[in-house]
Design a protein around this ligand. Structure first.
Ligand code: F6R
Length: 605
C-alpha cells in the first residue's frame, strides 16, 4: 500500500525521486520521504502529509544532492502517520537507509531480540527492524547481509537500501510486494510501479519473489539467495507516458471515466476473431467444471457479481461469489471441478492473493482477470486474462471495473458456446452486442453535463440509497461504493424488493434514492418499489434505458442511457453513477483522486 522508488544516475536525483513519488502517491499518501547518498553520507528528509509537503521541505534542503537515492510514500499500517514513522528509516549510525513496501509479520520478535541486544528503536514501524538488522549483522559484505536479513524477516517486502560503503549503488529485495527495475541509458531505477519512471524509460525488468538486485547507473546485477547471478529478460512497456498523466483533466478519476470507451475497445477488440470471441490465453476445458466461484474485493467483487448473473444465465452453470477477504475463513467447498475466477485491477490485493492460494490448495483451477501486467496475481493464477485498461491512477476504480465487466461478459458467452448452450448464430450476435459497448459507452458519456447538474442539486444529501433488481442491483453495489468512497456520503445499495424488509424505515422526506431501472423485464417491479419510497417522501433519481417514457412520471429526475442487449447494460449504467459520485465529491470539496483512509492497492489483510 506504499510506493517506493530509487534512482542511480547523473540526473538530479532529488528531482527524479520527488517526481516519481508524485506519480506513486496514489499508492499511499499519509507521509513521504526521500534519502540521497552523497559519497559517504546519507541525507534524508521525511514528513507526515502528502508528497507536496515533502517537495516543499526538500526544496529548502541543500544537502539533498548525490547520484543515488530512494523515496517512499506511505499508507500507514504499523504506527500512526508521523514524521518519525515516515520512511526512509535509517540505522542509528547513519550507515543505512531503507524504504519498504509490505509488512514484516515477525517484527515484534525481532524488535524484542534486538532491543535486548542494546539496539535503540526510534519508530513504531515494522520496517525499522530491517534497517536495524542490516546494521547489526553487516560485516562489509552487503549482498550477503541482505540475503541473511531477508531470511530472518517474514511477511511481504519490496526493499530499497542505501549504504554509505557503496556510493552510487542501491540494493533491492522482493517477496510478495511488487518491485520493478527500470533500465535506462546511464541511469537505472527501481519502483513499485512503472508509473514512477515511465517518463524516463519503458524498459523494465520484473523482479520475482526471492530475488535481489544491485543497481548502479550503468549496471543491474540480479542475484538469488546463494548470491548467484540471475539473467532476466527486459520487457518494453507499451503504453505512453500520457497514460499516467492527467492530460488536462482536473482529476485522474475524470480522465479515467472518459477513457472508458477506449479502454473497453482495447479489452474487447483484440479478442474478437471472425466475429466470435476467442481467449487465446484460456487453455481450459470448460466442460470439466460443475461450478464457478468468483472471488475479489471491493469494486472487483462487484464486477464479479455482474459476471455471476450473466454466466449463470447464459451457461446454466452454478456461479457463486465470495468476497476474497472471507474466502479462506469459510473453508469453501471447492475442488478440481470448480473453476475459480479471481478479479483484481492491481493484481496485488493481499486478500485476493490469499483466496487464490486457498483455491489452488484445494485443486481448483484459477483464472485471474487482471489489469497490471506481470503483477503477483497474474503470476500466481493458472490462467490470466488481462483487461488492458492502461494504468489506473485514481484510487476509486472506473475503467478498471468496466473492463473487468467486459471480460466477464466475453467469458460468459465464450463459455456458453463451448458448453453448447448457445449456437453459432447466437454466439455471433452476442459478440456483436459486446463489440458495440465502446460506442455505447461513448454515447453514455454525453450525459456528463446533465449528471453534473444533478450533482449540483443533490450534493448536500447526507445519506443515499441505491436500489435495483437482479443485474441492476449488482450495478447499485458499485454505484453506491463510488459515491461513499470519494464523497464520504453515507450510501447503501439494496435489492429494491428487500428494502421493505427493514431498511425502508430509513426512507423519509427528502432522502435520495437512486433507482437503477435498466433491466426491462423487471421494470414494473422496480417501479412499484419506487412508488413505495416516494410514498415515504423520498426523492428519486432514476436511471433507465432510452425510450422509457413511463419512468418520468414516477421519478423526480431521470437519466436515460443508450440501449443495448439487456444482459450487457451494466457498463452503461455505471458510467453516469461514476460521474455522479465524481461531481458530488467535487462539489463537496473532497480530494477525489486520494480519498481519505484509502490507497490504490490493498496489500495488507
Ligand atoms: C474501489 C476500489 C476498490 C478495489 C479493491 C480491489 O473504487 O478501487 O474497492 O476494487 O480494493 O482492488 P483490486 O482490483 O486492485 O484487487
Amino acid at each position: 500500500m506504499c510506493g517506493i522508488i530509487g534512482f542511480s544516475g547523473t540526473a538530479d536525483t532529488k528531482d527524479v525521486i520527488l517526481g516519481g513519488l508524485k506519480r506513486l502517491e496514489y499508492r499511499g499518501y499519509d507521509s513521504a520521504g526521500i534519502a540521497i547518498l552523497n559519497n559517504d553520507k546519507i541525507n534524508m528528509v521525511k514528513t507526515s502529509g502528502k508528497v507536496d509537503q515533502l517537495i516543499e521541505l526538500a526544496k529548502k534542503n541543500d544537502s539533498l544532492t548525490g547520484s543515488c537515492g530512494i523515496g517512499h510514500t506511505r499508507w500507514a499500517t504499523h504506527g500512526v502517520p508521523s514524521d518519525v514513522n515516515a520512511h526512509p528509516h535509517m540505522s542509528s549510525d547513519g550507515k543505512f537507509a531503507i524504504v519498504h513496501n509490505g509488512i514484516i509479520e515477525n517484527y515484534i520478535e525481532i524488535k524484542n531480540e534486538l532491543t535486548r541486544k542494546g539496539v535503540k528503536f526510534l519508530s513504531d514501524t515494522d520496517t525499522e527492524v530491517i534497517v536495524q538488522l542490516l546494521d547489526y549483522y553487516y560485516d562489509g559484505d552487503l549482498k550477503k547481509t541482505l540475503v541473511k536479513v531477508s531470511s530472518m524477516i517474514e511477511g511481504s517486502y519490496a526493499l530499497g537500501v542505501l549504504c554509505t560503503d557503496f556510493p552510487n549503488t542501491i540494493y533491492v529485495a522482493k517477496v510478495s510486494s511488487p518491485l520493478l527495475i527500470g533500465v535506462g541509458v546511464g541511469e537505472n531505477y527501481f519502483a513499485s510501479d512503472i508509473t514512477a519512471f515511465i517518463n524516463k524509460t519503458k524498459n523494465v525488468i520484473d523482479l520475482d519473489d526471492g530475488e535481489f538486485a544491485e543497481i548502479t547507473a550503468n549496471k543491474v546485477f540480479i542475484f538469488d539467495s546463494k548470491l548467484k547471478e540471475i539473467k532476466k529478460q527486459e520487457r518494453k512497456v507499451t503504453w505512453d507516458v500520457t497514460a499516467a498523466e492527467k492530460s488536462g483533466y482536473e482529476h485522474f478519476m475524470l480522465k479515467e471515466i472518459m477513457e472508458q470507451p477506449a479502454s473497453l475497445k482495447a479489452t474487447i477488440e483484440p479478442r474478437i476473431k471472425d466475429n466470435k470471441i476467442s481467449f487465446e490465453e484460456l487453455n481450459i476445458d470448460i466442460k470439466k467444471y460443475d461450478r464457478i466461484l468468483i472471488t475479489a474485493c471491493g469494486s472487483a467483487y462487484y464486477a464479479g457479481c455482474v459476471g455471476r448473473d450473466i454466466i449463470e444465465k447464459v451457461c446454466n452453470i452454478p456461479v457463486y461469489t465470495e468476497v476474497a477477504s472471507e474466502f479462506r475463513y469459510r473453508n469453501p467447498i471447492i475442488d478440481e471441478k470448480t473453476l475459480v475466477i479471481a478479479i483484481s485491477q492491481s493484481g496485488e490485493t493481499a486478500d485476493t492473493i490469499a483466496a487464490i492460494k486457498e483455491a489452488k490448495s484445494k485443486s481448483s483451477d484459477v483464472v485471474a482477470i487482471v489489469n497490471v501486467v506481470g503483477s503477483a496475481i497474474a503470476k500466481l493464477a493458472d490462467y490470466t486474462i488481462y483487461t488492458w485498461a492502461g494504468p489506473e491512477i485514481a484510487v476509486a476504480t472506473t475503467k478498471g471495473y468496466t473492463t473487468q465487466v467486459a471480460i466477464l461478459y466475453m467469458f460468459a458467452i465464450w463459455a456458453a458456446h463451448k458448453l453448447e448452450k448457445i449456437n453459432d448464430d447466437t454466439f455471433a450476435s452476442l459478440t456483436k452486442d459486446i463489440k458495440s459497448l465502446p460506442e455505447r459507452a461513448q454515447r453514455t458519456l454525453d450525459l456528463n453535463t446533465r449528471v453534473k447538474k444533478l450533482a449540483d442539486k443533490y450534493y448536500e444529501k447526507k445519506s443515499v440509497f441505491f436500489i435495483g433488481r437482479y443485474l441492476d442491483y449488482a450495478v447499485c453495489l458499485e454505484g453506491s461504493l463510488k459515491l461513499k468512497e470519494i464523497s464520504y456520503i453515507h450510501s447503501e445499495a439494496y435489492p429494491a424488493g428487500e428494502l421493505k424488509h427493514g431498511t425502508i424505515a430509513l426512507i423519509e422526506k427528502g432522502r435520495l434514492v437512486v433507482a437503477v431501472c435498466c433491466y426491462e423485464p423487471l421494470l414494473d417491479k422496480i417501479i412499484s418499489n419506487i412508488q413505495q419510497v416516494k410514498a415515504r417522501g423520498a426523492q428519486v433519481l432514476a436511471l433507465a434505458v432510452e425510450g422509457n417514457k413511463k419512468i418520468f412520471t414516477e421519478s423526480d429526475d431521470v437519466l436515460l442511457v443508450p440501449k443495448t442487449n439487456e444482459l450487457f447494460m451494466a457498463v452503461m449504467e455505471i458510467i453516469p453513477l461514476q460521474l455522479f459520485a465524481y461531481y458530488v465529491a467535487k462539489k463537496n470539496g473532497c480530494d477525489i483522486d486520494k480519498p481519505k483512509n484509502l490507497a490504490k492497492s490493498v496489500t495488507v489483510e
